[in-house]
Design a protein around this ligand. Sequence first.
Ligand code: SF4
Length: 216
Amino acid sequence: MPGQNLLKIYRLYASWAEEFAFACRKGCSTCCTQSVSMTMLEGELIHDYIRSQRPELMNILDNLPEGSSPPKTTNQFAAACLMEEESDDGPVSWNMAPCVFLRDNCCSIYPVRSFMCRSFGSTVRCDMLGEAEIEPLFLTLNTAILQCIEHLDQGRPWGNMNTILQMVQEKRSGEWGRQIKNVRVCSPLPGFLIPPDEADSMRGKLQILMDIVGRG
Ligand code: SF4
């Protein structure tokens, strides 16, 4: 059921994203680094796809480099913001090396890429200008969806894509149990981070999302 709801969110998001104009094109891959974070649910979908559709990529799963996870999950970050807590997490270290699934500047697992990968969208060509520009409303929508996906998978691991895929691989090959560092745990939805001037634009979408994740 959580897997079906994840696919439902992916489909909805694809239609909602059409409301925004992006400069992104096939072959832009500046954002495809090893700093993607995700849930175990998303990792299982990727693992299923590789095993059934792209077995030639299985060797990547056996040789994943160590990943580094942000200090808080999206819902933990949202909870801290909503409680107006001071952050003492320190600097986040990003690994900007190309993603292990990047082939000829295209994603080799595109149909099942994680939500964070789907949410990369810039209004300018970041490969030419050196940095992306993201519409505030698009960022708000992405954060709300990250929160909902985390809520669907609460209590299970959350972290860097490499690390999560390592965990899925080990779990499915019966080696589960090794202490993997640098992983957080998915938390329930504490409420959304919606700026007042975006509340009207987001209301309908939030209601649909809450119905999907059982918080309606
Ligand atoms: S999984 Fe695909 S879309 Fe995501 S960072 Fe890697 S190559 Fe890019």
